[in-house]
Design a protein around this ligand. Structure first.
Ligand code: FVH
Length: 289
């Protein structure tokens, strides 16, 4: 167990900068590195490393936060033997498969690997609503937990290094679905001369009401329906025609709703017209794995 609370942050984009700021505010000696120099402005007290390898060597705990896994691959590849003996927490957004590849590579180089997803925007870091999803080397996570808690709530979601990325992307999928629907709704409003802000409070109430049924939908996706559908897909498909017609009438693109609308039609055509929306989930798998 190390009690050293020194930490290094690789990447000082909007998020990496916020992470470094939170570590410094919590009193952790912090070393930072960024590909483009000059991005440590405002990080008073941070030590600026001259290379990624130097930053990794400076601390037992290394937090990586770069734009994508290709950037993280390139930066970590440049660090040579420096990761040996370090705990590397990669908070770069990635896929489950690439998170496993990262953990495999780091382990082979003698590091303890934890992968993570940040469920927060940069201004939320260090505040009460920031959440980090983490998975991989459990002991390394436990050793680092106190330091990482400077960033927000830490939730360990499994020993599989790909788990955090899976949860992260699942939550982001829900978020993008919500934004897609909301942006289409705002488009309908604005195409009709309303301000989006006029619709927003009513939309928020409606989405909250719909969320009360989310767990029931999940149970139905897992286990199948336990009773007759309250909103059968055949009815929904007929109603969806009006969404398409309205978009045409108002001169709007329908892209944001096209995916779910097409799948509802497909589910009805496949004989699921008397089932609820959960039946659409059965169509989503594109391979037989
Ligand atoms: N910002 C947000 O709202 C979200 C919240 C949830 C988590 N995401 C993920 O966090 C990762 C970093 O996001 P970010 O907001 O810091 O992104 P940028 O401000 O665009 O900064 C990108 C950093 O990546 C560096 N970088 C890019 N390419 C390379 C490369 N080939 N080699 C080395 N570094 C690279 C870039 O450096 P520079 O351009 O300043 O030299 C920045 O440090 C991300 O996974 C989000 O999905 C954020």
């Amino acid at each position: 167990m190390h009690s050293d609370t020194t930490v290094s942050v690789l990447g000082l984009g909007a998020m990496g900068h916020a992470l470094a700021r939170a570590f410094l505010d919590a009193g952790h000696p912090t070393t930072v590195w960024n590909r483009t120099p000059g991005r440590a402005a405002g990080l008073d007290g941070a030590r600026v490393a001259g290379s990624a390898a130097e930053a990794v060597a400076a601390s037992p705990l290394v937090v990586v936060c770069l734009v994508d896994p290709d950037a993280a691959d390139a930066v970590l590849a440049s660090t040579g033997t420096a990761p040996a003996g370090r705990t590397v927490v990669d908070l770069t957004n990635t896929s489950p498969g690439r998170a496993r590849d990262r953990a495999h590579d780091l382990s082979a180089r003698g590091a303890s690997a934890v992968d993570g997803g940040i469920m927060a925007t940069p201004p939320m870091i260090g505040g009460p609503y920031a959440m980090l999803l983490l998975s991989g080397d459990r002991e390394a996570f436990e050793r680092s937990r106190d330091v990482l808690s400077a960033l927000g709530e830490t939730r360990f979601v499994g020993d599989d290094p790909g788990s955090a990325a899976l949860y992260d992307l699942a939550l982001l999928s829900g978020m993008y679905g919500m934004f897609g629907g909301a942006l289409h709704a705002f488009g309908l409003a604005r195409s009709s001369g309303l301000r989006a802000a006029e619709l927003a409070p009513m939309l928020e109430d409606w989405l909250r009401a719909m969320l009360t049924g989310l767990k029931d939908t999940a149970a139905e996706v897992d286990d199948g329906a336990t009773g007759p559908a309250t909103s059968p897909l055949a009815m929904q498909a007929a109603g969806f025609v009006n969404l398409r017609t309205a978009a045409t009438e108002l001169g709007m693109r329908n892209d944001l709703l096209a995916g779910i609308g097409g799948l509802i039609d497909e589910a009805v055509a496949a004989g699921h017209g008397d089932e609820d929306i959960a039946a659409v989930a059965g169509l989503l798998r594109s391979t037989s794995r």
